[in-house]
Ligand binder design. Sequence first.
Ligand code: HEC
Length: 104
Amino acid sequence: MKLLRWTTAACLLGAAGLAHAAGQPDPNLARNLAATCANCHGTNGHAVPGSGSEALAGTDKDKLLQKLRDFRSGAKPATIMHQISKGYTEAQLELVAAYFAAQK
Ligand code: HEC
C-alpha cells in the first residue's frame, strides 16, 4: 500500500514535470506538487489528528518557504525533510508553500 502511494505521488510529479517541459502552464501544478506531501502531512496539509505530523494548511507562505529552505541547506536539522526538500526546485517549493498557505 505504501509503495502504491509513493508510485501515485511519483506519477503525479512526472505528469507535472512533463507538462512543464512542454512549456504548457499546468493549472494543477501546485496542487500536484503538494499532493506529494500528503502521505505524511495529510491531505492538503491537514494533518491527521494524533499522527504527530505537522499541519501545513494555513501556515504563512514565507514561514513555510523559510523552513523548506532551511531543511534544504541543512540549517534546520531533520530526519527526512532535508532529503525531501532537496528534490524540489526553488520555484516548486514556492508553489507548494503558496498552496499550503492558501488552504483553510
Ligand atoms: C515521508 C514523510 C514526509 C513527507 C512526504 C513530507 N514531509 Fe514534511 N515533515 C516530515 C517530518 C518527519 C517532519 C519533521 C522534521 C524531520 O524530522 O524531517 C516534517 C516537517 C516539515 C515542515 C516543518 C514543520 C514545522 O512547523 O516545523 C515543513 C514545512 C514540511 N515538513 C513541509 C513538507 C512539504 C512541503 C512536503 C512536500 C513537498 C513534505 N513536507 C513532505 C515528514 C514528511
